[in-house]
Write a protein that binds this ligand. Structure first.
Ligand code: NDP
Length: 282
């Protein structure tokens, strides 16, 4: 059988460690496959997708800023992805493109593994309501999360997301706040089980901490979506919280993509080792 072809489309993509992680997964499953990063400016997305179909790529991942733009190119959109308004995994079934969002699954597995919690039993704070928070908080609500507190610098964005979550999950208590409402936030966050740091603050070493320390301290568990240890993560540790970085989310979203492409049980530990090595050598 010919070597299978997979890809990652993004703009940029050169920083990504998904190629090392996915190729390790394919190797451990005994599948002869290549996974290529393809830099794709938004204006060239249609053209690139047509080329991937023509060249018989079996599937691909999509990263920033194309996770929303890809949707009109698809034939079928999975319900989780439709709710999230975001697709990060495409499966090419003979030219028919099926789109999925695996970010919610990735974060859920990471929360379960890091803190021993089940999504359906818990309440969550998402600090930041950009694309990643939207994809994951809608998934958490659909999986039965009891309450979701949304905090965002641009309050309208948090309110929009709260409305969207409520519309399809009446069982989930959702509230939206500006970061300035410190007293109200202390009460609301104090009732949640995990704070998810979902802003892009912390990507650069000189970045400040997005969340005030007294608010970090009022929740027992803290997860930063950024996959290197940030100042916020160190602060949460110092304050006595259980902590996790975004590595687990990155791992498990990739694990779920591989399962969708191959219909096989993914080799999680081989992928974890490859991811850890790739991040260490960056
Ligand atoms: P977006 O650009 O869609 O959203 C960015 C978020 O950060 C918004 O809520 C934005 O607020 C907030 N923000 C940015 N700058 C500031 C600032 N100076 N002050 C306050 N708030 C700010 O990004 P994504 O949602 O795609 O990604 C968010 C984070 O999650 C990133 O760090 C990314 O690396 C990480 N991530 C990790 C993944 C993993 O697998 N571990 C997967 C995907 C993302 P506003 O709306 O007001 O602009």
């Amino acid at each position: 059988m010919d070597r299978q072809r997979y890809a990652l489309l993004g703009w940029p993509v050169s920083h990504s460690v998904s190629p090392q992680m996915q190729e390790a997964g394919f190797r451990a499953l005994g599948i002869d496959a290549v996974y290529e990063p393809i830099a794709c400016p938004p204006a060239k997305l249609d053209h690139t997708v047509q080329r991937l179909i023509h060249d018989r790529y079996q599937g691909w991942n999509i990263t920033v800023p194309l996770k929303y733009d890809i949707i009109p190119c698809l034939d079928v959109v999975d319900p989780d992805a439709a709710r999230a308004g975001s697709v990060n995994t495409v499966r090419n079934l003979g030219g028919a493109l099926h789109g999925y969002s695996t970010d919610g699954y990735g974060l859920a597995r990471s929360v379960e593994e890091a803190f021993g919690l089940t999504i359906a039993d818990c309440r969550f704070t998402f600090w930041g309501t950009g694309g990643a928070a939207r994809a994951t908080s809608t998934y958490f609500a659909a999986k039965g999360a009891k309450a979701i507190v949304l905090v965002n610098r641009t309050l309208d964005r948090a309110i929009d997301l709260a409305d969207a979550i409520r519309a399809s999950n009446p069982q989930c208590r959702v509230s939206a706040f500006s970061p300035d409402s410190v007293d109200l936030l202390e009460k609301a966050i104090g009732k949640t089980d995990v704070i998810i740091q979902a802003t892009s603050i912390g990507l650069r070493p000189e970045d400040p901490i997005a969340i005030p320390s007294p608010l970090i301290a009022c929740c027992p568990n803290f997860l930063d979506m950024i996959y290197h240890p940030t100042a916020a993560l160190h602060e949460a540790k110092r304050l006595g919280c259980n902590t996790a970085d975004g590595r687990g989310m990155l791992l498990y979203q990739g694990v779920r993509s591989l399962a969708l492409w191959t219909d096989r049980d993914p080799p999680v530990e081989a992928m974890r080792r490859a991811l850890d090595q790739a991040l260490e050598h960056r």
